[in-house]
Design a protein around this ligand. Structure first.
Ligand code: NAD
Length: 420
């Protein structure tokens, strides 16, 4: 018998906020994760996800939430939502290993009437061609006849204070109309606006389009920044001016590169699927090439700033400010700080980092020295590079620092400050 409304499989940046939101709305929720430390931490009231404070975990626990590594919990659920990682293999190909493993784990526990939803980002066809056969073979049940299978991409934006799960419209799809109906009934309990797509492939493609749109537009402004640097145009003023157009222009900012495990990764899911279908996405290849140039460009700029002071990069004390891939979070996955640090180290600079959110940052398995105190670190370096503009960074303090500053985010104005 189902005595739990929802089992969330994969309690990370996507799964934990989902579990929290459902708890808030009065659903009975359990969580399943392969990592025992994640389950134990949550059961002890500790969050490992920036957007979910320990106090929220306490609230979830009070509402009956518990986490486990035991897949049998799935048999208790009305709905199972898979929020497992979809990264890349060592060769840069889509890695659906976790999706397959989660589906295999769920299959023997499926019961008639259950709803299974995949939320992980993946290429079109994943729900129908990868998840469905595993669930049907492992359960002996049929999608659309015995249980419901749906795809609903997550749009969570870690650190975003304005848009969360409740007020961000959610795309929902099902393998059959009845599957979609079941998914709509489920998400309607805790999401304000649902958008039903024609099928699962449209929903999967919509998610890839959203992230690819960001990737390509960031590449465009990065290339504009490279051009502006070459010909002596202030790209930040260009961006400011263009962004005042009230229609037909969406502003994106140049920067040291694209980070996170979505924006740089998802376009590869699209290009890989396209390639398998005999289609080439030229735009994606160009965007990838341009975004990949940015960390090297940052280092080149840093080296020429040092040279302008009569200093060699060899032995120079360089301080990296903000190594997380986006502001106000601790996530360093795919952060451009990594190739920047790696290149500076390769050129024999002495590299230190400061990041209020990141307590450990390794370059090729070697831990980078972490500066605890910002003002001392700024005093002790030859050059600081602002890679991530966390809101705790006081721009006036950075502008007044004794060292020169390369600001890759276009935020700080000052005599010793150079903008990317
Ligand atoms: N982080 C984001 O901002 C974001 C936004 C939208 C979509 N997504 C997508 O959502 C999915 C999940 O991303 P995330 O950031 O939450 O990942 P994450 O790495 O933060 O969390 C995934 C969790 O799943 C667990 N896990 C792995 N395999 C498992 C298995 N077989 N069974 C149970 N648990 C398993 C991991 O231990 C981890 O705790 C990915 O497809 C990602 O692309 C992420």
């Amino acid at each position: 018998m189902a005595d739990v409304d929802l089992v969330v499989v994969g309690l990370g940046y996507v799964g934990l906020p989902l579990a929290r939101r459902a708890c808030e709305e009065g659903l009975s929720v359990r969580g399943l994760d392969v990592r025992a430390e994640v389950a134990e931490g949550l059961n002890d009231g500790r969050s490992h996800v920036d957007d979910v404070p320990d106090s929220a975990v306490a609230g979830m626990r009070a509402a009956g939430f518990a986490a486990t590594t035991d897949t049998a919990v799935i048999s208790r659920a009305e709905a199972v939502v898979l929020c497992v990682p979809t990264g890349l293999t060592a060769d840069g190909e889509p890695d659906l290993g976790s999706v397959r493993a989660a589906a295999r784990a769920a299959a023997p526990h499926l019961r008639p009437g259950m709803l299974v939803v995949l939320e992980s980002t993946s290429y079109p066809g994943t729900t129908e061609e990868v998840v469905r056969p595993i669930l049907e073979a492992g359960s002996g049940l049929r999608v659309g006849e015995d249980f419901h299978l749906a795809y609903s991409p997550e749009r969570i934006d870690p650190g975003n204070k304005r848009f969360g799960l409740r007020n961000t419209p959610k795309v929902v799809s099902g393998c059959t109309p009845l599957c979609a109906k079941s998914a709509v009934a489920f998400y309607g309990r805790f999401v304000d606006t649902l958008v039903v797509s024609r099928g699962t492939r449209e929903a999967e493609m919509a998610k890839l389009l959203e992230n690819t749109y960001r990737y390509v537009n960031i590449a465009l402004v990065n290339e504009v920044a490279l051009f502006c640097d070459k010909v002596g145009i202030d790209v930040w003023d260009v961006m400011h001016c263009a962004a005042t157009k009230p229609f037909g222009f969406a502003p994106f900012a140049p920067g040291p590169g694209v980070g996170g495990h979505c924006i740089p990764v998802d376009p590869l899911y699209l290009s890989s699927k396209a390639e398998a279908e005999g289609f080439t996405f030229d735009m994606l290849a160009a965007a990838r090439w341009i975004n990949g140039r940015m960390p090297g460009h940052v280092v080149d700029r840093a080296v020429s700033m040092l040279a302008g002071m009569g200093k060699s990069v060899r032995g120079a004390e360089v301080l990296l400010l903000g190594v997380a891939y986006k502001p106000d979070i601790s996530d360093t996955r795919e952060t451009p700080a990594l190739p920047v640090a790696r290149e500076l180290l390769a050129r024999a600079a002495s590299v230190t980092y400061h990041d209020p959110h990141v307590t450990g940052f390794a370059v090729d398995d070697v831990e980078l020295p972490r500066a605890e105190e910002l003002s001392a670190a700024l005093r002790n370096c030859d050059l600081a590079i602002l890679l991530q503009d966390h809101s705790s960074y006081d721009h006036a303090v950075l502008a007044a620092a004794e060292c020169v500053l390369l600001d890759t985010r276009g935020q700080v104005a000052g005599e010793r400050v150079t903008l990317l």
